[in-house]
Design a protein around this ligand. Structure first.
Ligand code: SF4
Length: 299
């Protein structure tokens, strides 16, 4: 899909820059070739993704959202670390993770590099499921290009409130794009399928992170998901918010969520009868943020 990159419309921002020539001029400030900050086994995803051997997690540098509170801010917005890789090098990196026992290849924040990642996936099919783990802000054209290459979608659905989406992610259109995104992902994968050990092989799990002081936003997200998701799509309610990145500049989100906030949203999820996962409140600590140090990027 070179034209997606030549006048970039890989994500909904549609900056229109030539990613090869004008490297750095789009919102994500990244060139066309994927840039990787870490590739290692990771044990902090939902149990059906991490399993017992870990998820082969590949963290990409840069982001088309750059939320002010991002737990990976040092790579998503500050680009402190990252190595540019060719499609062949990326494919080789995936296979090294498979050799280490990874249950899947988990592409974290892949959106802005989707064309390059697709090229790597086409070079040599993987023997384990491919997980596309994104912020939920996708263009339908890019998603359709990925159809058949991705087995599991793991999108966020962060906001139903356009004002919050504008303030913290610079994307007032996030709610509309996220709705299209999760429906297209669900259409591609169909219902969840697990192997005999309970490891997810195919399907879509929509994640929602509870933000401090904004349970109404969370409840609106869950209401929309309950009304609109096809059967067999799961929801993962996340309580792991800790202030990171530039959160200190926004006093209302410069704290963890309270037990009361957590229970209010959790009870609403139960009331709606949504199928999926609920993270413990104790998960709200920085231990789950791995070091970004180029581990696993080179042979
Ligand atoms: S991928 Fe980057 S350059 Fe392309 S449209 Fe999105 S933010 Fe802009």
């Amino acid at each position: 899909m070179p034209d997606l990159i030549e006048s970039c419309r890989v994500c909904p921002r549609a900056c229109g820059v030539r990613r090869e020539a004008d490297k750095g001029n789009g919102f994500c400030r990244r060139g066309a070739e994927p840039e990787v900050a870490r590739a290692a086994l990771h044990f902090w995803e939902e149990p059906c993704i991490s399993g017992t051997r870990g998820s082969g997690t590949v963290f990409f540098t840069g982001c088309s959202l750059q939320c002010v509170y991002c737990q990976n801010y040092e790579i998503s917005a500050e680009h402190k670390i990252g190595k540019t890789v060719t499609a062949q090098e990326l494919s080789d990196l995936f296979f090294r993770l498979v050799e280490q026992g990874a249950h899947n290849i988990n592409l974290v924040n892949p959106t802005h590099f989707a064309p390059g990642i697709a090229e790597a996936l086409r070079l040599r099919p993987l023997p384990v499921p491919v997980v596309y783990n994104s912020g939920g802000y996708e263009s339908l054209e890019t998603l359709r290009m990925l159809d058949g290459l991705v087995d599991i979608y793991l999108p966020d659905f962060k906001y139903m409130d356009a004002e919050l989406a504008g303030r913290w992610s610079g994307a007032r259109d996030y709610p509309e794009r996220a709705k299209e995104t999760v429906l297209e992902m669900a259409r591609q994968t169909g219902p969840v399928v697990f192997d005999e050990d309970g490891i997810l092989q195919r399907g879509t799990i929509v994640r929602h992170l509870i933000l401090p002081g904004h349970t109404r936003n969370s409840i609106a997200v869950l209401d929309w998901l309950a009304e609109n998701l096809p059967a067999g799509v799961q929801v993962s309610l996340m309580a792991q918010y800790v202030p990171c990145g530039r959160a200190a500049e926004f006093p209302e989100i410069n704290r963890r969520i309270t037990r009361r906030e957590y229970e209010k949203v959790q009870q609403h999820l139960f009331l709606l009868g949504l199928d999926g996962y609920v993270q413990e409140l104790q998960s709200a600590k920085k231990d789950f943020i791995p070091p970004f140090n180029l581990e696993g990027v080179s042979p």
